[in-house]
Design a binder for this molecule. Sequence first.
Ligand code: BG6
Length: 281
Amino acid sequence: MQLPSSITQASRGSLDTLVLSNAFGRCEISLFGAHVLSYVPQSDQRERLWLSQSAIFDGISAIRGGVPVCWPWFSDNHGNRQEDLPSHGYVRKQQWTLNDCKDDDNGTAVTLVPQSVQGPGFDYAAQLKIVVHLGEQLSITLVTRNLGSEPFPLSCALHTYFAVEDIQRSELIGLKGEYLDKTRGFDTFSTPSPYRFTMETDRIHLDAAEHLTIQHPGGVTEVDSSGHNSIVVWNPWQDKATAMADMREDGYLTMLCVETAVTGDVSLAPGQTLALQQRIG
Ligand code: BG6
């Protein structure tokens, strides 16, 4: 495919990447996982995404940081008791292909499709694509369509790791209502106000907030979401970060995951399309 001058090919470790660069900013996408690795708006030249200094770019391991694509299930919500199904589904560990690209006054867009939508734990007739658009904001849209004649269960997420200058001086603004706390047996709690971070945080917020703000000493990041039914907020804190091979023990200090997600028992009817979108500014 002929690439416009705003898209160039590059690499990280053994991974092929696409670099989008235009008047609005710059972003880099790994074809392995259709995984956005970096986004820097032109306006302030500040990196919005956190990427682990120990991230593994071997084309086998999931990438720690950026925007992992969780599909066709979020976490271990695959409705199947087999323990060996991968966390967050399998497309984040697949090679994706560039299917389309577009460049106009509103920005640059690429569409990627995965190697295969079917895998252990999911054998439905589905179509999946991701559209990454670098314009005034970075917008990432994960589109699932049911091509079959029976409904199928689906959960998914754009599992974005945002860069913050100091997690202990950061605040997440815009969430309300209740959340399920994975660190406390999925019990239900009320969203704190102000929402700050002092310990391991692993929460499914049942409030499908459309607009969130992350305020931290280095600046402000805006997060807009649509097509979701929940927002997941995650920081592993020190002990869990230390236990991860692909995260430095102090890595947790400069990241916050705010994930636009579809969680729970959602079913996609035949012919139905779900467009999960996160826009970052
Ligand atoms: C979050 C989950 O979305 O992802 C956490 O709520 C999980 O429980 C985290 O630990 C990271 O998952 P993984 O599979 O990328 O290590």
